[in-house]
Design a protein around this ligand. Structure first.
Ligand SMILES: *Cc1c(COP(=O)(O)O)cnc(C)c1O
Length: 356
């Protein structure tokens, strides 16, 4: 695939700031491509800039949009790793298909991300735990209010440096089990990374925060009985420090790449893994009895995020609220070692980008 690479003038080149927090700062360039008349047009890497759209654009009214999230990591040898970018590209296509949007070519999409990261490599930070966050996005751009799938789309990729999520150390968080709001319905869009899922979840997050919790645990919408996800992460339960249990993918759970990676690595690290339906009541009873020794969320942004306490129907169920459990720490250390290229990758998950 040919990518047109535009030359930026001096005024478009900003230096990499010292402090960038999480998701606020973007590199000088972005990737973009437009879809019309049944095919994708020219692929371009140009200046990161605002763009103009019709107020009637369908994305604004009917939310036809999808996104992805992956990271580029600075290796000890100075080169850069992408972690399983093919999986993100496939999931982007699965989301596109669910939202009646056009698919992208997986190899081309990965190649464009690799090219953008290579050109913007100075934006890949090297401080411990920091990385370059990559956000592929697709939006519907027909300027008409008719309720139908758009015929035009814009696909773009923006990248920006993100600090170590755990700058002040990994700490367990309090999680509220929402009995009122549901994230995703059977037959709905829960398995797609589409904006509407997140818009619909914000009210529950606000409610949880007001009650003193940091995240929401989502339970299934059909029966209000089974554990699905935590915040925008998948969730794992450790039994007796040895067995890792996670909800099996039922269609309303987002199939996380971190989840998949941990499930593949854990047996090699001596853990047993189980994917099954998990009843909330049983899970809470297992915390009370001590059968569950650790709980953690997992996703690209955090890798793993330990749960210290659950709140459900006015009662709290506590795990270790101060210390990170040994299994969460072990998995975090092993997975990040592969992502950052500190350890050999026996799974073929990393794509090394050679930079000057
Ligand atoms: C992105 C996401 C995840 C985690 O997926 P990763 O590929 O591991 O980053 C889990 N749940 C939801 C709802 C998500 O949006």
């Amino acid at each position: 695939m040919d990518i047109k690479i535009e030359k930026l003038d001096e005024s478009q080149l900003r230096p990499v700031p010292e402090d960038f927090g999480f998701g606020n700062v973007f590199a000088n360039r972005m990737y973009s491509q437009e879809y019309a008349d049944g095919s994708w047009g020219e692929a371009k890497i140009g200046a990161y800039s605002d763009f103009t759209m019709s107020p009637a654009s369908s994305v604004f009214h009917y939310g036809q949009e999808i996104f992805e999230g992956l990271k580029a990591y600075r290796r000890p040898d100075g080169h850069v790793n992408l972690f399983r970018p093919w999986e993100n590209a496939k999931r982007f296509n699965n989301s596109a298909s669910r939202m009646s949007m056009p698919m992208v070519d997986v190899e081309d999409h990965v190649a464009s991300i690799a090219k953008l990261v290579e050109i913007e490599q100075e934006w890949v930070p090297s401080a411990a735990g920091s990385s370059l966050y990559v956000r592929p996005t697709m939006i519907a751009t027909d300027s008409a209010l008719g309720m139908r799938a758009s015929s035009r789309y814009k696909h773009f990729v923006i990248v920006g440096p993100v600090g170590n999520y755990y700058a002040s150390g990994m700490a367990p968080v309090a999680v509220y089990i929402s009995d009122e709001y549901r994230r995703a319905a059977h037959g709905g869009t829960g398995a797609a990374k589409t904006g509407g899922n997140y818009a619909a979840s914000m009210i529950a997050s606000e409610q949880a925060k007001q009650k003193g919790y940091v995240q929401v645990l989502w339970i299934d919408s059909a029966q209000g009985k089974y554990v699905e996800e935590v915040g925008t992460m998948n969730i794992m339960f450790v039994y007796g420090g040895k067995k890792i249990v996670t909800p099996k993918l039922t269609g309303s759970i987002l199939p996380g790449i971190t989840r998949d990676s941990l499930l593949k690595m854990a047996p090699d690290l001596g853990y047993e893994v189980v994917e099954e339906m998990i009843e909330v009541e049983q899970m809470l009873a297992d915390i009370e009895s001590g059968a569950i020794t650790e709980v953690f969320g997992c996703g690209t942004a955090v890798v793993v995020s330990p749960v210290g306490r659950f709140g459900y129907r006015g009662k709290d169920y506590c795990l270790d609220e101060t210390n990170v459990g040994p299994v969460a720490q072990h998995l975090y250390d092993e997975l990040t070692a592969i992502q950052f290229g500190r350890k050999e990758d026996p799974y073929g998950w990393t794509m090394k980008i050679e930079v000057e």
